[in-house]
Design a protein around this ligand. Structure first.
Ligand SMILES: [Zn+2]
Length: 101
């Protein structure tokens, strides 16, 4: 993130003619956008975009599940039963071993 040398305002990439420049939000001071700065800003932009996509897909998934809630609930119960049995088995085996010693 770059800051304006005049007032310390945040410099944001802006399109000017066909070039991209960094412009201060407060006073409009402009600075040429070099490769390094551009890369840094692009990484931040990409992160925000992917975050938004993730949120949207999660919401739509939940909406879709509402209609088949029962089905989903059953699947989940069976899954937890399996996992729970495995965990229980491990615990029993572990305690048996320690009892013998
Ligand atoms: Zn400024």
């Amino acid at each position: 993130m770059r800051f304006c040398p005049k007032d310390g305002g945040i410099m944001l990439p802006t399109k000017k003619d066909d070039k991209e420049v960094l412009r201060c939000k407060k006073c409009g001071y402009e600075e040429p956008l070099d490769r390094k700065a551009k890369k840094a800003y692009q990484i931040k932009e990409n992160k925000t975009k992917s975050g938004k996509v993730l949120t949207t897909s999660v919401v739509s998934e939940r909406e879709g599940r509402k209609r088949e809630d029962d089905e989903w609930e059953q699947e989940r119960e069976e899954y937890y039963k399996e996992v729970g049995l495995d965990l229980l088995r491990d615990e029993l085996e572990g305690s048996e071993e320690s009892d013998e010693e």
